[in-house]
Unconditional design. Structure first.
Length: 188
C-alpha cells in the first residue's frame, strides 16, 4: 500500500517503541518508571493579578495625596483661626502625617509588586488588612451615626481592601513574584 508521507516504520505489534523499555524492564536513566508520576510542566505564572493589585495601589496612593493636601490645608486654616484650640490644629497635622505615611507605603508596595518583589506583596497585604479593619470601623460608625448614609465610604473602603487582599494573596501573584527572583537563563 502506498503511504502519502513515505514509509512509516512501526515496531512489530506487541512491542513498545524503541525509546521505551518493555513492560517489567527497568527504565533508562532520565525517564520515570511505570507507575511513577510524570514530571509536570507548569506554565509561567500570569502577572495579571499582581499587576492589577500594583496599579490599584498606585492609584489609591495618588488619590491619597489629595487627602494629605486636604488635611494639611485644613490644619493650616485652623492654625490661623483663633477660635480653634491647639489640639484641634495638631490633630489635622497628625492626620496628614499618618495619611502621608500610608500613601508612601501604598506607592512603595505598588511599585515593588510591579517589579516582582515579594516585599511589595507583603506591604500591600498588611495595608489591605489594616484598611479592612478601618473600613469595618468606618462602616459601623456610619451605621450608628444619625445619618446612616455616612457608612457608604466605609463600605467602599472594605470592598477596595478585600479586592487588594484577594489579588495579593492569589497564588498566581506569589508565583509571579517568585519567578522574578530566578535568573532567566542558567549560568554556566
Amino acid at each position: 500500500m502506498h503511504q502519502p508521507y513515505g514509509h512509516q516504520e512501526y515496531p512489530a505489534h506487541g512491542y513498545p517503541p524503541p525509546e521505551y523499555p518493555a513492560y517489567g524492564h527497568p527504565s533508562p536513566a532520565g525517564y520515570p518508571g511505570y507507575g511513577y508520576p510524570q514530571p509536570m510542566y507548569q506554565p509561567p505564572a500570569s502577572g495579571g493579578a499582581a499587576i492589577t493589585a500594583g496599579i490599584l495601589a498606585i492609584l489609591l496612593a495618588l488619590f491619597g495625596v489629595f487627602g494629605v493636601i486636604a488635611s494639611a490645608s485644613v490644619g493650616y486654616d485652623q492654625y490661623h483661626n483663633d477660635a480653634a484650640s491647639e489640639e484641634v490644629r495638631d490633630l489635622f497635622y497628625l492626620s496628614a502625617a499618618v495619611e502621608g505615611g500610608i500613601v508612601l507605603l501604598l506607592l512603595l508596595g505598588g511599585i515593588l509588586l510591579m517589579n516582582r518583589k515579594n516585599a511589595g506583596r507583603v506591604i500591600l497585604i498588611i495595608l489591605a488588612t489594616l484598611g479592612l479593619l478601618g473600613g469595618f470601623a468606618g462602616t459601623i460608625a456610619g451605621i450608628l451615626s444619625p445619618v446612616p448614609v455616612s457608612a457608604v465610604p466605609g463600605v467602599i473602603g472594605v470592598l477596595v481592601a478585600v479586592l487588594i487582599l484577594a489579588l495579593t494573596l492569589a497564588g498566581s501573584t506569589k508565583r509571579w513574584c517568585a519567578e522574578g527572583r530566578r535568573p532567566p537563563y542558567p549560568y554556566y
